[in-house]
Design a protein around this ligand. Structure first.
Ligand SMILES: NC(=O)c1ccc[n+]([C@@H]2O[C@H](COP(=O)([O-])OP(=O)(O)OC[C@H]3O[C@@H](n4cnc5c(N)ncnc54)[C@H](OP(=O)(O)O)[C@@H]3O)[C@@H](O)[C@H]2O)c1
Length: 269
């Protein structure tokens, strides 16, 4: 691994996750470049990771892979600057939520391979879920290279680009839904008289245990839930309340709203 030089263009929160994940996985620091808009941010990245922080044209000239991780609303200005300078055939990986690969292809030299990746913040602990889609000119080799870069950060899956807005709603924003749920359950523990710290500990470990069981058992979640739901027991009493309050319907509506918002944001750029 590490035969290619990767430049993280616009190394903010997500770009930094990529840099730190690649370094943790043993990617040689001399094969990484980063760019930033503010000099203070550039200095911070250089100090923290020992990575060479350069300007955008240098990154474009020197790197084999350009990982674009600016905010979607900054992408057009960035591509106006670097687009004409990107040598033909260089792989561009977009981490920008909502932006189609066609958006990049319109602003890059004809035939530039673009791969779109939607990752999520658990990349910070090497537990990301990254969904990878090829643009019009990306081949299996380009997808494999993107997978090589993102698999040290967690799991990867290939999806058609048409499913990326749904992926954004589900796994891109997904960590926030789990945190909200945990927050609500801690509040419930406090309502039941538990000290906050105890409620926190109980529910965080329960979340981790449940997640590991889901992943490692391969069982359907219904089966795992049924194993905790005895006849006339406590769990079914709670589940009746969850159903009464429309938690399942709320989840469906919430994800639809997130998907629609992803589409709206893409339409604005
Ligand atoms: N945060 C998430 O959970 C998440 C999850 C999945 C995908 N994403 C996607 O990841 C992308 C980045 O999000 P983020 O949360 O990491 O945003 P962010 O922290 O604001 O990072 C963007 C970085 O790009 C820099 N930048 C902007 N224009 C630039 C230019 N022309 N040249 C060089 N650097 C430039 C910014 O510099 P300054 O700091 O100096 O302004 C900033 O450091 C977004 O497109 C988002 O959709 C985010």
């Amino acid at each position: 691994m590490g035969g290619h030089t990767v430049a993280v263009i616009g190394a903010g929160k997500i770009g930094e996750l990529m840099l730190s994940g690649l370094l943790r996985s043993g990617w040689p620091v001399e094969r990484l470049l980063a760019t930033a808009r503010r000099p203070a941010r550039a200095q911070e990245l250089a100090d923290r990771y020992g990575v060479r922080v350069v300007d955008n044209p240098t990154a474009v000239a020197e790197a084999d892979v350009l990982a674009v991780s600016v905010k979607p609303q900054d992408a057009a200005a960035l591509l106006d600057e670097i687009g004409p300078k990107v040598p033909a055939g260089k792989l561009v990986i977009s981490l920008c939520a909502g932006l189609p690969t066609a958006f990049f292809n319109r602003r890059l030299p004809e035939g530039t391979p673009v791969v779109r990746v939607m990752t999520n913040t658990p990349a910070l602990v090497d537990q990301a879920m990254s969904a990878i889609s090829p643009g019009a000119h990306a081949t299996g080799t380009h997808l494999a290279l993107a997978e090589e870069m993102f698999s040290p950060l967690g799991a990867t899956v290939r999806v058609p680009e048409s499913q990326q807005d749904a992926v954004t709603a589900l796994s891109g924003s997904g960590p926030a839904y789990f945190y909200l749920l945990v927050e609500a359950m801690i509040d419930a523990g406090i309502l039941l008289g538990l000290p906050r710290q105890v409620a926190h500990e109980l529910i965080v470990q329960t979340a981790i245990g449940s997640a590991v069981m889901l992943r490692d058992s391969g069982e359907h979640p219904v089966k795992l839930r049924e194993a905790v739901t005895s006849p006339a027991g406590t769990t079914i009493s709670a589940i009746r309340e969850l159903e009464n309050h429309g938690v399942r319907a709320a989840m469906l509506a919430a994800l639809e709203a997130a998907r629609d918002r992803a589409r709206e944001l893409a339409a604005q750029v």
